[in-house]
Ligand binder design. Structure first.
Ligand SMILES: N[C@@H](CCC(=O)N[C@@H](CS)C(=O)NCC(=O)O)C(=O)O
Length: 226
């Protein structure tokens, strides 16, 4: 187990946010460095496929550097087993990972496609329909709050902000309606699930809504005119 953890992160980044939620669940002591993704330090990997999230055992060059949000969430679960975010039962663990797979392969591509390229909203609806079908009648994905809920929360939180503020490439004025569509009616279960996720203390203490709203506005303000 590392003696010290340093997390290089960015409030805007949904991937890095996963790790912050995991650390908050674990009540872990760590040093947090906010990185400006538009002006990254030299040592930060240039590729956008690599997360800006590295727990380090010490700040020295010899320190252990790890990346990739889902790897880091499980790393936190491994070194802080008392956090309870990794289900003890192997079946529940597999179910949590199965849900995460759906977030990665269905929800995230559909959301970014819609947000950035005005891809059909039906893709987003069908990804959410699929994930909703995996949810139990109430509570979190495997009952207790787990890695599965951590994987999706930052994306739902940013989708809400982008949609209620009408930020994105999709037609102007559609955002609020779409957020209402995906949280009520046939998506009422997702709506209740999102409320439960947003009420979680580990989410509340790690989400700077004003900062993320402003950052989304800055990043994506010109999308419709491009
Ligand atoms: N698969 C990575 C994805 C991380 C990722 O794409 N992060 C974005 C920020 S949200 C990034 O690296 N942006 C930096 C850049 O584009 O240079 C993970 O799960 O950690």
């Amino acid at each position: 187990m590392p003696e010290r953890i340093t997390l290089y992160t960015a409030k805007i980044c949904p991937y890095a946010h996963r790790v912050e939620i995991a650390l908050a669940e674990a009540k872990a002591q760590f040093t947090r460095y906010e990185i400006d993704l538009q002006n990254k330090p030299e040592w930060c990997p240039p590729s956008r496929t690599v997360a800006q999230t590295f727990p380090q055992t010490t700040p020295s060059p010899e320190s252990v550097k790890l990346a990739e949000s889902l790897v880091l969430v499980e790393f936190v679960a491994d070194i802080f087993p008392e956090s309870g975010i990794l289900p003890k039962d192997p079946v529940q663990r597999a179910k949590a990972r199965f849900f995460i797979e759906g977030v990665s392969s269905k929800l995230i591509p559909a959301w970014y496609g819609f947000l950035l390229r005005n891809a059909p909203v039906e893709d987003l609806y069908s990804a959410l329909e699929y994930l909703q079908s995996l949810l139990p009648a109430e509570g979190f994905v495997v009952g207790e709050f787990s890695i599965a809920d951590i994987a999706i929360t930052p994306f739902l939180a940013r989708a809400r902000l982008a949609l209620i503020n009408d930020i994105g490439k999709y037609p102007e004025g559609e955002g609020k309606k779409i957020w209402a569509n995906i949280t009520s009616g046939k998506f009422a279960r997702i709506g209740k699930y999102a409320k439960d996720l947003f009420a979680r203390e580990s989410f509340k203490v790690t989400f700077d809504e004003a900062h993320v709203t402003e950052a989304l506005q800055k990043l994506f303000a010109n999308l419709r005119s491009q």
